[in-house]
Design a binder for this molecule. Sequence first.
Ligand SMILES: O=P(O)(O)O[C@H]1O[C@H](CO)[C@@H](O)[C@H]1O
Ligand SMILES: Nc1nc2[nH]cnc2c(=O)[nH]1
Length: 295
Amino acid sequence: MAHCVEDSSRYTYEEYKQTADWLLSKTEHRPAVAIVCGSGLGALGELLKDQMAFNYSDIPNFPHSTVPGHAGRLIFGNLNGKPCVCMQGRFHSYEGYPLWKVTFPIRVFRLIGVETLIVTNAAGGLNQDYKVGDIMVIMDHINMPGFAGQNPLIGPNEERFGPRFPPMSDAYDKDLRKLALAIGQELGFSEKIREGVYCSLGGPNFETIAECRFLSSLGTDAVGMSTVPEVIVARHCGLRVLGMSLITNKAVMDYNSEATANHEEVLQAGKDSAKYLEKLVTLLIQRIELNNNVF
Ligand SMILES: O=P(O)(O)O[C@H]1O[C@H](CO)[C@@H](O)[C@H]1O
Ligand SMILES: Nc1nc2[nH]cnc2c(=O)[nH]1
């Protein structure tokens, strides 16, 4: 019998539930918003008040962070009076994790009652107008690994989370995007707040010049190695999503350029610009309207 994509080690519904129940038994926080911190953006987690934090290694079934700039802590707390949970460190497929493992926390968030997901990332700017330190509100994405058959939803569909064929044309919530852009203006960031298309690649190498030119010709404004799998799984299980990329480097598009991308530069740009993203996220969370959905 043909048996191509089934992977018996993938999580069962009961394992997602076990992790969710474990977290709910260890904390009284009941978050409605989850925040995923991108490379070098972990300081967002420090914004939470009345914190209760768990190391990923102590949470049943949770993968471990292996990338510098991703601390590996799950923080519960309140931000501007709203109950939140924050991933200080995400998982990437280049770490060797299958996409169903990369996205494990998202379904756990759903089961603990989260209704809105804010995903952040560090990304290379392909749009020639973008500068290092700009914040791009993600309007849409290109799932490049998806073109090659890599998708976190591959395998038997778990109907308790969502349908077999979820749409993605509405992946990034219009109202949240509008709100993020308006708050960016209000905070005086009109020079640095953008809206554009994020493309996710597998990594871990940064792009060649030809690849950057190719991605740019496809309509990509910023490129990274994350986020899209999390967003697909979040939309599948009905979460509202806002995505934001911090432009940490300009993609190299010119054969005469001596510049090369590196992770240290990415982390430094994160440090330098974290304050802008922090202000934006803090005000956003204050203004987000919640439905108090219980899954
Ligand atoms: O997407 P995040 O996790 O923010 O990190 C981005 O930065 C790292 C490369 O410097 C890659 O992991 C890329 O995906
Ligand atoms: N793929 C990719 N990921 C990044 N993360 C931060 N900068 C970059 C970049 O230039 N390319």
